[in-house]
Design a protein around this ligand. Structure first.
Ligand code: ADP
Length: 260
């Protein structure tokens, strides 16, 4: 509640009343807290790789006669932490871009064509873990009104996660269909699964079930937050079904009224 009284006085300057503006600022406070949490998280996430980079650079500078094997190991760490920093900055910028362009529906996008564009890249990553990446489209002419890159990003994030959190020699299946006026994209894996208590939270920025695992597989903790924002900007929703140790299925529904 915000109290900022205006006093009413009579001709003799005697206060005869006051006007108080009462406003519910719960939502404002909630948004402000979210904003400051995000800034704190971003600072922490950026500082971690930076501290590591400057630490190893300093060590290399102070120890000129360090053996080549150790030098190469340190340089390798500096390289991977720099790449991590780059991915983080790209994801933070992408999230802020999407947040500011909620309604940038610009093109009639054929979902199958977009999927095929990213299939080569994702199946290459899947192959490196001997994961079988399969797909099925009930109709290859399904279209949605969207920014093309948004649909690409949704596929990339969900398939990339499915591969990241699935052990070697298992399977990931993508299924796209249109049902009751909606487009349905399902990405199903046979991976580690998500504990029930974490399911609601995985779409929050920087929330990871297992921070160390996410870091090891190159995650930024922003992929699902980005995906959810995109899907919402298209008027759709995203949900997940998961069983620990058995696998997860991410289901995206986008209304077809978005057709051009
Ligand atoms: P990250 O970059 O850490 O993968 P995301 O926002 O993409 O960040 O995902 C948030 C968290 O949700 C991940 O750290 C992981 O714990 C969990 N997660 C996402 N996708 C899957 C999946 N297919 N299987 C199991 N856990 C998943």
């Amino acid at each position: 509640i915000s109290l900022d009284p205006i006093y009413l006085q009579d001709v003799k300057n005697i206060i005869i009343g006051s006007i108080v503006n009462i406003e519910d600022i719960t939502e404002k406070v909630r948004l402000e807290n979210m904003r400051s949490d995000f800034v704190a998280n971003v600072s922490h996430e950026l500082k971690t790789p930076l501290t590591s980079i400057s630490g190893f650079v300093e060590t290399l500078k102070l120890n000129e006669d360090i053996d080549p094997q150790t030098r190469n190991r340190f340089l390798g760490i500096i390289e991977s932490e720099s790449n991590r920093l780059k991915r983080l900055i790209e994801d933070i910028l992408l999230l802020s871009f999407i947040e500011n362009k909620e309604n940038s529906l610009v093109d009639s996008v054929n979902i199958y064509e977009v999927f095929i564009e990213i299939y080569d890249m994702t199946s290459y990553i899947a192959k490196s873990k001997n994961i079988k990446l399969t797909y099925e489209f009930s109709d290859k002419s399904i279209k949605v009104c969207s920014n093309r890159d948004y649909i690409k990003q949704v596929f990339l994030n969900l398939i990339d996660n499915a591969i990241k959190y699935t052990p070697e020699n298992k399977e990931v299946h993508v299924h796209v269909s249109s049902l009751d006026g909606n487009i349905c994209i399902s990405v199903k894996d046979t991976g580690v699964g998500i504990p029930e208590e974490d399911i609601e939270r995985i779409f929050e920025r920087f929330y990871r079930v297992d921070k160390a695992r996410s870091r090891d597989v190159g995650g930024t903790g922003l992929g699902l937050a980005i995906t959810k924002h995109i899907v919402k900007s298209l008027g759709g929703n995203i949900r997940v079904k998961s069983e620990l140790g058995k696998g997860s299925e991410f289901i995206v529904i986008i209304p077809q009224k978005n057709f051009l």
